[in-house]
Ligand binder design. Structure first.
Ligand SMILES: C[S@@+](CC[C@H](N)C(=O)[O-])C[C@H]1O[C@@H](n2cnc3c(N)ncnc32)[C@H](O)[C@@H]1O
Length: 222
């Protein structure tokens, strides 16, 4: 597998290789090659990598395969090695970790669990959604070593005839704490609206289906 050379990453399948990385049945699972690419560029063997919202554990599995030390937290425990924790308060000391990957909720479109602390229960049309994600961004900034990278995946929303530029709003928050390294466009493939009827509706009622997610690659300056 070669590392990506452009800012358009298009992975037709969630997994790569013969072993599983995360669980492709988990709603909102991250394509494993996104994490594989970030590890190749921004980490080395033995580095400590953290995923504060690890879901089915894609980050844990890719990290272990590449011999990175890893801690995956989530409120919803799916992966056997995931640790229960709220991403707004990460139990690690300051300037301790070498890399963070996070694929956060981008609204209340997916039910991840019954945990009331799940940020995916708040609509992105409510400003509290961004206030809670800012707490997560601040925590990531606190635990990262200076000069190290966070990769943050998020997407926009279009529901009930209304567009919400979630990615741009999240970028504005991240910019308060980090400097941009680059922004990657991740092609979306397996969302439930990727059916003939939805493509027909999008043309007939003059809206667009979401075709991509953002991957913000940001560096902690100090
Ligand atoms: C898009 S999914 C992550 C998918 C994961 N990268 C994977 O590959 O399976 C977002 C995750 O955020 C978690 N989450 C939401 N609010 C949280 C919080 N306050 N603290 C920790 N995890 C949270 C959800 O339980 C969900 O698993």
């Amino acid at each position: 597998m070669q590392i990506e050379s452009t800012t358009l990453w298009d992975f037709p399948r969630q997994n790569y290789g013969s072993r599983s990385h995360g669980n492709n049945k988990y709603h909102g699972v991250t394509p494993a090659q996104v994490i594989w690419n970030l590890f190749q560029r921004y980490t080395k063997v033995g580095d400590l990598v953290i995923d504060p919202m690890c879901g089915s554990g894609t980050t844990i599995d890719v990290a272990e395969e590449l011999n990175r030390r890893v801690i995956g937290y989530d409120l919803n425990l799916v992966h056997p090695k995931a640790i229960k924790n709220d991403a707004r308060q990460i139990p690690l000391q300051d300037s301790f970790v070498d890399f963070v990957f996070i694929d956060s909720p981008y609204s209340d479109n997916i039910k991840y669990s019954n945990d009331p602390k799940c940020i995916g229960k708040i609509s992105c049309e409510n400003k509290q959604f961004f206030e809670e994600l800012e707490k997560v961004a601040k925590e990531i900034h606190r635990i990262l070593k200076a000069g190290k990278i966070v990769g943050w995946v998020i997407a926009d929303q279009w529901v009930k005839r209304k567009f919400a530029p979630v990615g741009f709003l999240m970028y504005q928050i991240l910019e308060k704490y980090f400097e941009p390294v680059d922004i990657v466009c991740l092609t979306r493939h397996s969302q439930t609206s990727n059916t003939g009827i939805w493509h027909h509706r999008a043309r007939q009622y003059n809206f667009y289906l979401r075709g991509f997610k953002y991957l913000f690659i940001m560096r902690k300056i100090k």
